[in-house]
Design a protein around this ligand. Structure first.
Ligand SMILES: NC(=O)c1ccc[n+]([C@@H]2O[C@H](COP(=O)([O-])OP(=O)(O)OC[C@H]3O[C@@H](n4cnc5c(N)ncnc54)[C@H](O)[C@@H]3O)[C@@H](O)[C@H]2O)c1
Length: 326
């Protein structure tokens, strides 16, 4: 009898803690990691994704626990077919991958503007009170200081460069979202991921692309990199990213912006050398021209998420070995 009462109390507490969450872009690299994490924490998750870059297999371990809608956020009818109520909306749906910024700038902006407006309208229709927006380190472009804090000026340095469709779209979403949230009294939190990497992220990002090429390279063969190799980035392993996201999800404040990344900087030339060392091959680096608009240095100041309790667990060496020897 006593045992039953305790179990009921626990069930009841769990139900109160459990949130109803809609994740757009939930079959993507980061979205699926967030969905898997939220389901494990006992939340009820619905995913909306057009699977243009997403893969349902990333959600196989939680497939019986989530609802999945395949659709484009620009399609209002499809969005409105989503059943149920939600406490939270986590918006990640977007076109990632630098090559795409140059190839389909209009589509990117269309998703950032018309897709995002649909999402916000949907949040009003469903009375969703909490919105979390995935922005990006791209909004800083070439920042004035390294490490870069969240107060840095956001930039679109050349309106004619298609690359800035991506960063420009994120700047629009941040600006519109903040003012929308103020007007309609919602909680709105922005996070800016900085070069997240992990297993199954697709090959059109620097780390998996380097790994794929170095894996096949013969001793002392030329290895082409974009730029002089002195470009600086900070990479964060997906488990650390989720750890940072958790802190923001639980403790992030209304209208605040949080970088998610690490302080560990590396030159691209050294990244190539580090990976080749893991594979035990010697490579000859061949430098090429940097793509127009690519930032020279990028490294976040992460004091704000550290104050929420974030700690990096995977240094680059450990994270690289994890994905290479998975
Ligand atoms: N991966 C990173 O290092 C990084 C860095 C900065 C910002 N971000 C942001 O984080 C979010 C997730 O990035 P990711 O790395 O998981 O990319 P991803 O491409 O793996 O995920 C994006 C998801 O959005 C979906 N999508 C695209 N357009 C859509 C549309 N019109 N309607 C519905 N779904 C659509 C894709 O199918 C995909 O599953 C994105 O908003 C991205 O801009 C990622």
């Amino acid at each position: 009898m006593v045992y039953l009462r305790i179990t009921n109390k626990l069930d009841w507490q769990k139900r109160i803690m459990s949130k109803r969450i809609l994740v757009t872009g939930g079959s993507g690299f980061i979205g699926s990691a967030i969905t898997n994490f939220l389901v494990k924490k006992g939340h009820k998750v619905t995913v909306f994704d057009n699977n243009s870059r997403g893969k349902v297999e990333r959600l196989k371990s939680v497939k019986n626990k989530i609802k999945f809608y395949i659709g484009d956020i620009r399609d209002k009818k499809k969005l409105n077919s989503i059943q149920g109520k939600f406490d939270y909306l986590i918006h990640l749906a977007y076109v990632n991958g630098t090559k795409n910024f140059y190839k389909k700038p209009f589509e990117i902006l269309d998703i950032a503007v018309n897709g995002f407006l649909n999402i916000l309208e949907f949040s009003n229709r469903k009375n969703i009170k909490n919105i979390y927006l995935a922005s990006s380190s791209e909004v800083y472009n070439n920042p004035t200081k390294i490490p870069t804090d969240e107060k840095e000026t956001l930039k679109i340095p050349d309106i004619n460069n298609p690359r800035y469709s991506y960063g420009g779209g994120k700047i629009f979403s941040e600006l519109y979202g903040i003012n929308f949230a103020k007007k309609f009294r919602k909680k709105f939190v922005i996070f800016r991921p900085h070069n997240v990497y992990g297993e199954d992220m697709g090959n059109d990002h620097v780390i998996p692309e380097f790994i794929q090429r170095i894996k096949k390279i013969k001793k002392n063969q030329k290895f082409t990199i974009q730029g002089s190799g002195n470009e600086i980035r900070s990479f964060i392993y997906i488990d650390d990213f989720i750890n940072g996201f958790e802190k923001i999800f639980n403790k992030g404040k209304n209208l605040e912006i949080y970088n998610i990344g690490t302080k560990e900087k590396i030159k691209i030339i050294n990244l190539a050398k580090k990976i080749s060392k893991i594979f035990n091959v010697k490579i000859k680096i061949k430098k090429t021209k940097l793509t127009k608009g690519s930032p020279k240095k990028r490294c976040p100041n992460i004091k704000k998420i550290e104050k929420l309790g974030f700690k990096q667990e995977y240094n680059l060496e450990k994270g690289l070995k994890k994905i290479i020897f998975k």
